[in-house]
Design a protein around this ligand. Structure first.
Ligand code: HEM
Length: 407
């Protein structure tokens, strides 16, 4: 057998086809086991299919509509209100708070007290889980960090998950007794898992990690896309101030800004897989079992054959060929295709004017509220990129709310 090696894929077509290979197993989160062991994105074959099939039932159009039209707008307003009153916000923390408020609903994490202190404690746990999931990129003492994350999981379990489970078990008991109907159950991942715990053979620690994974997967990616898009939008407005009014008028255009940002800066610059069987890639390369496949999303999403010679530029209203999504491969494709894609990014009207039923996604919805509140970059406190992050995360991004700009 040939030596295991790393094969890197950079062309769009090859990358898409690699995502769809059934004999390639997830490899990105091997270091992040403390949070990521046995969670959906790490499963393979039948185990993945069975869990995904159940969780898919939650991520349907009616749920997305309910989130975007009813649940989310007041959450965004409530999250912005104190910052707006103060005239100032730091977007990295702000966006994680806002998206966490939403992801907690999707995951099924209750906050019975509804206090700021309770929200802050959940936020601190979530930020720890994000560190756990991305341990592969951590440059400090990994064992110490892993232990910190494990401790946070135990505390989160006691403080948030156990009461959330108890409430749902009671509701499911009432359902079984005929005292309530299906429609009155919470629509979240935890309820789906508890209803199917026996047929999926899910031990309590897997329920814990799967719930944490949905909390961090939902919040972190959307929060990052939110800050990056706003940065690109600020740049566009600086070059051409008339764009601000256009963005306020045309939510579809703001949504395209989200898609273009996500294409240029995917939440993870690479996807990774282990080859389980000998496979010939589209470009003729033969990979052997044990080889690592790196799908370079930064490059595939800027493939000039698909996105044109100006593929590196931020041009939200670029023409895109029919075969490619506006966001490139940033939501993945194939068996692990992002379950929250429509929720976060909405649907792509593909050139036609969005109708009244159109879903713009939660990132565009939140950005719209920020622009309406008059957010502008803070001229006295410039944003800072995190020097320790390989992923180009912002460390801090201060904005001011300018009453003269709000609408
Ligand atoms: C801008 C926002 C988002 C981006 C860029 C994003 C990106 C991705 C990518 C690239 C994958 C595939 C990973 C792979 O193939 O290795 C993925 C999977 C996943 N995402 Fe997202 N995501 C976003 C929002 C969300 C939201 C809001 C949720 C939850 C509600 C979510 C939940 C998931 C889950 C559960 C998977 C695993 C699916 C599976 O393995 O079957 N994501 N996401």
């Amino acid at each position: 057998m040939a030596e295991p090696r790393t094969v890197t894929i950079t062309r769009f077509d090859d990358a898409r086809s690699a995502f769809r290979q059934r004999d390639f197993r997830q490899a990105l989160y091997d270091e992040g086991d403390v949070v990521m062991a046995d969670v959906l994105v790490n499963l393979h074959g039948d185990e993945h299919r069975n869990r995904r099939r159940l969780e898919n039932r939650l991520f349907r159009r009616d749920t997305h509509e309910h989130y975007e039209r009813s649940l989310f707008p007041p959450i965004v307003e409530d999250t912005i209100a104190p910052y707006r009153a103060a005239g100032y916000a730091e977007l990295v923390a702000f966006s994680h708070h806002m998206m966490m408020n939403l992801a907690a609903f999707t995951a099924g994490v209750d906050r019975p007290l509804g206090t700021a202190d309770e929200a802050f404690r959940l936020y601190s746990y979530m930020m720890r889980f994000i560190e756990g999931a991305t341990l592969a990129h951590y440059t400090g003492d990994r064992e110490a960090k892993r232990a910190e994350v494990a401790e946070a999981l135990t505390q989160f379990d006691e403080e948030f998950l156990a009461p959330s489970i108890a409430r749902r078990v009671a509701l499911l008991g009432e359902l079984a007794a005929g005292a309530r109907n299906e429609d009155s159950l919470p629509r979240d991942v935890l309820t789906v898992l508890l209803r199917n715990q026996d047929n999926l053979d899910l031990p309590a620690d897997v329920v814990l990690r799967e719930t944490c994974f949905f909390l961090l997967a939902g919040a972190h990616t959307s929060a990052t896309a939110f800050v990056r898009t706003l940065h690109n939008v600020f740049g566009m407005i600086e070059r051409d101030p008339t764009q601000r009014a256009r963005l306020r008028r045309d939510l579809g255009f703001l949504q395209q800004c989200v898609h273009e940002t996500v294409r240029l800066q995917p939440s993870s610059p690479v996807a990774m897989r282990w080859a389980l069987a000998s496979t010939t890639l589209d470009d003729g390369t033969v990979v052997e079992p044990g080889d690592k496949i790196v799908i370079d999303l930064m490059r595939a999403n800027r493939d000039v054959d698909v996105f044109g010679d100006d593929a590196d530029d931020f041009r939200p209203d670029r023409a895109i060929p029919e075969m490619a999504p506006r966001w490139g491969l940033s939501f993945g494709t194939g068996m692990h295709a992002c379950i929250g894609q429509d929720l976060a990014g909405g649907l792509d009207p593909r050139g036609s004017t969005p109708g009244p039923d159109h879903l713009y996604g939660l990132v565009a919805t939140a950005l719209n509220a920020m622009l309406a509140a008059g957010a502008v970059p803070d001229p006295d406190d410039p944003p800072l990129i995190d020097p320790e992050s390989e992923r180009g995360y912002w460390l801090r991004y201060p904005v001011r709310f300018d009453p003269g700009t709000s609408s």
